[in-house]
Structures are given as C-alpha cells and as structure tokens.
Design a protein around this ligand. Structure first.
Ligand code: CAA
Length: 259
C-alpha cells in the first residue's frame, strides 16, 4: 500500500518504528484513508521481527485534531454503518507490540482517542487534550467516553465530554492520562528514549505483558489474575527468559533474541 497521509520509518532507531501522521494543513484530521493507512502500517510493523516498539506522532502543531469533520458532515447513519470506520480502530487496538503516542499541540476528539488507544503517551508542554465532539452536535465514538473515563475518572471525563473543554499536558499528567510532559522541542526525542528502553526488553515478554495489562480493563480481578498467571508461565517457554535470568546471575546486560 502506498501511503499518502502518513510517513513510516521502520527503523527510526534500533528496533523502533516511527509513524508520523502527515496532513499538516488539516491539523492531521483523521480521514478514512489516513486511518486505513495507519492500520496497514501497524499490521506490517507488528509482523516485522526487527520492530519491538512503535511510536505514533504528528507535528508540533497537532497530533490530530480529530476525525475529519468535512468528510463526516453529510454522512447518514446508514453510511456510517456501511463504512464501519471503527473496525479500523479496533484493528489498531489489536497491535501486539507496545505503541507510544508522542503528542504535541492538539490531540482532540479522534486524536485524543487515538493517543488513548496507544499504550503510553509522551507529550510536549503545549499539548492540549480534549473531546470537543459535543460542540459539533455529536459525541465521542472511538473510545472517548470509555478510555478517558477509565484513565481520568468520572468527574473530569464528564466535564470534558459534556463541555468539550481542553486540558493541558500538565493537567493530563496529573489526571493520569499521560506518562510525561516535556518541553515541546524534545517531545519526540523523549518518546524515542522511552521506546528505546522498551525495545531492549524481550519482545515476547512485552507482548504478553501488554496483553495482560489491557485485559485488566475487560475482566474482573480473579479472571484477570488467572490470565496474568498463564501469560507469566508462558514467558518461561522463551529463550529470552533463560537469557534474562542468566544475564542477571552473570551480572551482565541481557541480550534478548525474541525467541
Ligand atoms: N476535521 C477537518 N478539518 C479540520 C479539523 C477536523 N477535525 N480540525 C481542523 N481542521 C482544519 C480546519 O478546517 C482548517 O482548514 P481550512 O484552513 O481549510 O479551513 C485547518 O484544519 C486549520 O484549522 P483552524 O483554522 O480551525 O485552526 P485553529 O488553530 O483556529 O483551531 C482547532 C484549531 C481548535 C483544533 C480547530 O481546528 C478545531 O476545533 N477543530 C475541530 C476539533 C474537533 O471538533 N474534533 C473532533 C472531531 S469529531 C471526532 O473526532 C469524532 C470521533 O470521536 C471519532
């Protein structure tokens, strides 16, 4: 697939791939084509054994200002059902490798939802997060009422969803929505640093650990604990478990092969 609205660098750094949303004039508004490209890129990177961590970013002005309003304006409910655009989002959520959102500027509506679909968020201090759909007569449709509420709690989620208010990167961090806030000039470098740390770990352990954390959003405690336990046992079938534990005993750095 040739990409028109994203730029993909499969080896931005060792074992790290970078996807940049690239519709700068439209503040990276997420049209259908962009989302299909993103899904395709993620599926390819997920299959690429060289890649252990993925970063999704935008530019200094915008991570993404939401779904493309101009494209949606004249849609009927039947169109929306037929297009089934959120199936693309579901696929993104199924990426097994860790994804970091590197956010600067606007992360609104679908943009905020896309960042929340990622596993961690690093933000520049000018980042603004919001679910302003209510201001255009709709409501969030790609996880904004669910992931946001789980991340920041009912009070702030209600206020953001019902008034469309934006929150700053600092507020987002205090509320538990994002991992860290850094100066705008270095937001991508910091995301790369975090990704580098992740990418030194065992890919199999990363996959099972990510899966287990995400499971906690969908199960009760006991079921989640059983799920975790099985994934924990499964890590012992990998060569990386032997390597990790040997390296500890031999007081050296582990070199994980992904086997
Ligand atoms: N869709 C389509 N185009 C968009 C867009 C969007 N979500 N956001 C910005 N743009 C376009 C603008 O139309 C404008 O294009 P033109 O120059 O051709 O007019 C260009 O990007 C620059 O935007 P502004 O001139 O508005 O820039 P600003 O700095 O004055 O304002 C902003 C920035 C506050 C982000 C404002 O653009 C804005 O409010 N955007 C819409 C935000 C929004 O409502 N997002 C939710 C979308 S619905 C959704 O996401 C549903 C879902 O859950 C999946």
């Amino acid at each position: 697939m040739n990409y028109e609205f994203i730029l993909v660098t499969p080896e931005a750094k060792k074992h790290i791939a970078l996807i940049q949303l690239n519709r700068p004039k439209e503040l990276n508004a997420l049209n259908l084509q962009l989302m299909l490209e993103l899904k395709d890129a993620l599926q390819n990177l997920d299959k690429n054994d060289e890649v252990r961590c993925i970063i999704i970013t935008g530019n200094q002005q915008a991570f993404a200002a939401g779904a493309d309003i101009k494209q949606m304006e004249s849609r009927t409910p039947v169109d929306l059902i037929k297009i089934d655009q959120f199936e693309t989002w579901d696929q993104i959520r199924k990426t097994s490798k860790p994804i970091i959102a590197a956010v600067c500027g606007f992360a609104l509506g679908g943009g905020c939802e896309l960042a929340m679909t990622c596993d961690m968020i690093v933000a520049g201090e000018s980042a603004k997060f919001g679910q302003p759909e209510i201001k255009i007569g709709i409501m969030p449709g790609a996880g904004g009422t669910q992931r946001l509420t789980r991340a920041v709690g009912k009070a702030l989620a209600m206020e953001m969803v019902l008034t469309g208010k934006f929150i700053s990167a600092e507020e987002a961090q205090k509320a538990g929505l994002i991992n860290r806030v850094v100066p705008d000039e270095v937001y991508l470098d910091e995301a790369l640093k975090l990704a580098s740390e992740v990418a030194t770990m065992s890919p199999i352990a990363l996959r099972l650990a990510k899966e287990s954390v995400l499971k906690s959003f969908e199960t009760g405690l006991q079921e989640g604990l059983y799920f975790e336990r099985k994934n924990f046992y499964l890590t012992f079938s990998s060569e990386d478990q032997k390597e990790g534990m040997n390296a500890f005993v031999e007081k050296r750095r582990a070199n994980f092969s992904g086997k």
